[in-house]
Structures are given as structure tokens and as C-alpha cells.
Design a protein around this ligand. Structure first.
Ligand SMILES: NC(=O)c1ccc[n+]([C@@H]2O[C@H](COP(=O)([O-])OP(=O)(O)OC[C@H]3O[C@@H](n4cnc5c(N)ncnc54)[C@H](OP(=O)(O)O)[C@@H]3O)[C@@H](O)[C@H]2O)c1
Length: 176
């Protein structure tokens, strides 16, 4: 399958390693200019070097920001004011006893796994709609559907992310 994203700009949150790094590499291979995101300059630079080792002519933009909060989202907007392909990949996970996990942990999972994505959609979707072309991908998990007993807090956040995805898909339907 030939996917040509030349002329498009993508942002992949949490792309210094793992699934996000693989997605960023794939988008760069498809010709997109890609914003590589992580919280430290060192890790972002290292991730960009790894992508360039695979895609020699990759056009990459460092987006050093903790996009889990408002300040980080603003920093991302400064680095990449225009985004055509937003991949909300950032997500945290870990096991916790569902009977003793704290309210703060529940909130943290919601903030990082759900609200961060909503905030970036709010930031970039209007521009996509105005230009008549855009893509938003939210990386959920099978845990959204099959809630693990040892990660109810994680499952909850990913189920919520599915709701966000379906809702915005309706909201943006027909806009390109
Ligand atoms: N791994 C799995 O088996 C699996 C299965 C299903 C779904 N998923 C989902 O897939 C996504 C990626 O998972 P993964 O396993 O590839 O993740 P990972 O290896 O833990 O990588 C997380 C990435 O997020 C970055 N990050 C963490 N907090 C951040 C923040 N506040 N702001 C910006 N970047 C941040 C990290 O970069 P720095 O540390 O450099 O900041 C890193 O690049 C997640 O949404 C996860 O829920 C994963």
C-alpha cells in the first residue's frame, strides 16, 4: 500500500520510544513532516536520530513538552502551529490494586490518557476542518473493551478515549 503524506505535518505524542516511535517512523516514511514528542530534549533528539537511521530524508520537528498538561499543549502549538495528522499515542499504564488505588491516581490516568488527547484535538481540529483535510488517531487499547481487574483505572481511561473518539468522529463528519 502506498501512502503519500508529503506536504502534511503530523504530531505523534509520546514518540520517543515504543508504539509512538514506530508510528512516527511510519509517517516519516510516508513523507510527512513529523513532530517527535517527549518530555526531555535528550530523548527527543535520540528518537529523531533513530528515525533518521531508518528514513534518511525524514523531516522531523522536536516537540519537547509534557503534553499531559495545558502548558505542554501550548508548547506543542508553538513548535507545531499547524498539524494535519494528530496521533494521540501518549498513554500511561501500570497495575494497581483496585481497592486501594488513590483518587489522585484515578485523576492522573484521566488527565494523561484522556484529557491530554481532548486538549490537543481542541487545539488542532479546527485548523484541519478549515483546511478541509485532517486525521486524528487516538491510540486506545483492548483494555478499553476487556477491562483488566488489575488495571481498572487504565481500562476506564481507554474506554473514555473510545467515547471521545466516537464523539469527535460524529462532530467532524463531513468536514474532510
Ligand atoms: N505497550 C502495549 O502493550 C500497549 C497495548 C495497548 C495499547 N497501548 C497504548 O499504546 C500507547 C503507547 O504505548 P507504549 O507501550 O508504546 O508506551 P511507552 O513505551 O511507555 O512510551 C511512552 C511514551 O510516552 C512518552 N511520555 C510519557 N509521558 C509523557 C508526557 N506526559 N508527555 C509527553 N510524552 C510522554 C514517553 O516519552 P518520554 O519518557 O521521553 O517523555 C514515551 O515516548 C499508549 O497509549 C498505550 O496505552 C500499549
Amino acid at each position: 500500500m502506498l501512502i503519500d503524506l508529503s506536504g502534511r505535518t503530523a504530531l505523534v505524542t509520546g514518540s520517543t520510544q515504543g508504539i509512538g516511535a514506530a508510528i512516527a517512523t511510519g509517517l516519516a516514511r510516508a513523507g510527512a513532516r513529523v513532530g517527535v514528542n517527549g518530555r526531555s530534549e535528550e530523548r527527543v533528539e535520540r528518537a529523531m536520530a533513530a528515525i533518521r537511521a531508518e528514513v534518511a530524508d525524514a523531516e522531523l520537528v522536536p516537540v519537547v513538552a509534557d503534553v499531559a498538561d495545558e502548558k505542554g499543549a501550548r508548547r506543542a502549538a508553538e513548535a507545531l502551529p499547524r498539524v494535519d495528522v494528530l496521533v494521540n499515542n501518549l498513554g500511561i499504564f501500570g497495575e494497581a490494586d483496585p481497592l486501594t488505588i488513590s483518587d489522585d491516581e484515578w485523576r492522573r490516568y484521566f488527565e494523561v490518557n484522556v484529557l491530554a488527547a481532548v486538549r490537543l484535538i481542541r487545539q488542532y481540529l479546527p485548523g484541519m476542518t478549515e483546511r478541509g483535510w485532517g486525521r486524528v488517531q487516538n491510540i486506545a487499547s483492548d483494555s478499553a473493551v476487556v477491562t483488566p481487574a488489575e488495571m481498572i483505572h487504565y481500562g476506564m481511561s481507554k474506554t473514555a478515549l473510545l467515547a471521545v473518539t466516537r464523539g469527535f468522529a460524529k462532530q467532524a463528519a463531513g468536514t474532510g
